[in-house]
Design a protein around this ligand. Structure first.
Ligand code: SF4
Length: 312
């Protein structure tokens, strides 16, 4: 497991993300690096990535946020956690900082939106239940096979834990979706795997799923080559990318190699057709598929604040 290093953040806490879908909402990273160790993680290519063996916790995040909010004339309506890590990494110090930071925002009436692949601990559920109209959540779940999950995202919560998290969030009235991103062609997207996934999330009360396929950058490719011990699986996974399409992924001209456009179009059409039988709507990530769609994956949502009460 990666070692935890604690640091004071010097720069602002509320920052815009380089990802296009998150460019209109301030974001907070609680850590640099992530204990989950997903082998496809796109942050591996970032200049500030601390390496697979280190996670840096900014333990003054909540204090800096409080100071920044006090200075702002117009407070943000919502804040997104976290573009480059998971806010609920299962380490006490990280969870403590995430809790304080989210609590500060919610008490100020600012919505909290997040994607996670971890267990959301009970104390967060209690906090979210009090502010359910201000929470928007996606839980990352690409398939229901824990053996496949362990290959690609070894440190994340198990499939059953993720499904339990989805159900808890749905039951407390939080706007909740599943997120199958990245799907791996030929490994996670057979008709049978998708049917099992849709069965499981619909049982948890989820009605929508965001989807996208793996894209490659040099650092991601190296990570896959280093970590996938099964050579047949590795070559099966990489082969379609030899004909791949270079696409802009972030804001600053950064590119990734996606599956060929036609392959993705056919796959998304098939996924949507299967999902229909389960009453699940599929949202394709338009940022990572800008050549074929302008859809939104609903990683963030407009905030529906409670109506003001005219008479007490
Ligand atoms: S949970 Fe997200 S940020 Fe963390 S390692 Fe996995 S992909 Fe990267």
């Amino acid at each position: 497991m990666a070692r935890l290093v604690t640091k004071k953040r010097k720069s602002n806490v509320l920052t815009p993300s380089q990802l296009r879908c998150l460019s209109k909402i301030p974001t907070i990273n609680i850590t640099s690096g992530c204990i989950h160790g997903c082998i496809y993680c796109y942050t591996k290519g970032y200049s500030q990535y601390p390496g697979d063996d280190t996670v840096i916790l900014y333990d003054n995040t909540c204090q800096k946020l409080t100071d920044e909010l006090a200075r702002k004339r117009k407070k943000p309506q919502a804040v997104y956690f976290c573009p480059s890590c998971d806010p609920f990494q299962p380490v006490r110090q990280i969870l403590d900082q995430t809790y304080k930071t989210m609590e500060t925002l919610l008490k100020a009436g600012i919505a909290v939106q997040f994607v996670t692949k971890a267990i959301v601990p009970a104390r967060f559920s209690e906090l979210f239940a009090k502010h359910s109209n201000l929470i928007c959540a996606q839980v990352g779940l690409t398939c229901v096979d824990d053996n496949i999950r362990k290959i690609f995202e070894p440190g994340t919560a198990s499939v059953s834990q993720k499904l339990a998290t989805l159900q808890t969030l749905v039951e407390m009235g939080v706007a909740t979706g599943a997120r199958a991103d990245p799907l791996i062609l030929g490994v996670m997207d057979s008709d049978g795997s998708l049917s099992q996934l849709f069965t499981a999330i619909s049982k948890a009360g989820v009605k929508e799923i965001a989807v996208s396929y793996l894209f490659l950058r040099p650092a991601i490719r190296k990570s896959l080559e280093r970590n996938i011990k099964d050579n047949q699986l590795l070559s099966q996974l990489l082969k379609p990318y030899s004909q791949g399409t270079a696409l802009p992924i972030g804001m600053k001209n950064s590119q990734g190699i996606a599956l060929p456009s036609r392959m993705r179009e056919e796959a998304f059409a098939r996924i949507k057709k299967i999902a229909l039988d389960f009453g699940i709507s599929v949202h394709i990530c338009g940022c990572k598929n800008s050549d074929i769609t302008t859809e939104s994956c609903h990683i963030t949502r407009p905030v529906h604040l409670p109506k003001p009460q005219l008479f007490a």
